[in-house]
Write a protein that binds this ligand. Structure first.
Ligand code: HEM
Length: 160
């Protein structure tokens, strides 16, 4: 399987991602719900992927299943992003990558959807860390996300 080049993820980016994740993970669930709220604002059609959102009228912050799912995804993204520099995307995502890719293939996720999630993530970081935010921080997370999404997409392509 092709490895995602880690060279695009600089040492400076690694430091910025680590610093900001330390703050973001202090309130993972709140940040995760904001992350998914942003995704659904950017692309309302994305709600259709998640039955617990599509078929619910409960506000997102009171929707237990959404909170659980958003927290899982947000935490995996951040926890993998901080390991990217040392391990590369494949190892950072861990041995569950194959299964994770299968879940996404089965759910009907395609490459274009990853851009929406990326936009939701970057918007969340800007909103939640206004004092730390900079174009460099934004780029660092964009690069980290691209490396992780790239590894998931490559694995998905081997299964389609
Ligand atoms: C499920 C992570 C991108 C849609 C999941 C799960 C994780 C995850 C950890 C839970 C898997 C489990 O239940 O064991 C990520 C990461 C992404 C990403 C780290 C990007 C770097 C996307 C995108 C979409 C998406 C772009 C498109 C809408 C879904 C759906 C599920 C899911 C629908 C539920 C699948 C199921 O349980 O049937 N994702 N995801 N994800 N993700 Fe993603």
């Amino acid at each position: 399987m092709a490895e995602v080049p880690s060279s695009v993820f600089s040492k400076d980016s690694e430091i910025l991602v680590k610093q900001s994740w330390e703050l973001l993970k202090k309130d993972t669930t709140t940040n995760a719900v904001i992350f998914f709220t942003n995704i659904f604002e950017i692309a309302p059609a994305a709600k259709d992927f998640f039955p617990f959102v599509k078929n619910s009228t409960v506000p997102y912050e009171q929707n237990a299943k959404l909170k659980q799912h958003a927290t899982l995804v947000f935490k995996m993204t951040g926890d993998a992003a901080v390991q990217l520099g040392e391990k590369g995307a494949l190892e950072a995502l861990g041995p569950g990558l194959k299964k994770l890719a299968t879940k996404h293939v089965t759910a009907g996720v395609v490459d274009a959807h990853f851009e929406v999630v990326k936009a939701g993530l970057l918007k969340t970081i800007k909103e939640r860390l206004p004092e730390l935010w900079s174009t460099e921080l934004n780029q660092a997370w964009a690069d980290a996300y691209d490396a992780l999404a790239g590894a998931i997409k490559i694995e998905m392509h081997t299964q389609i």
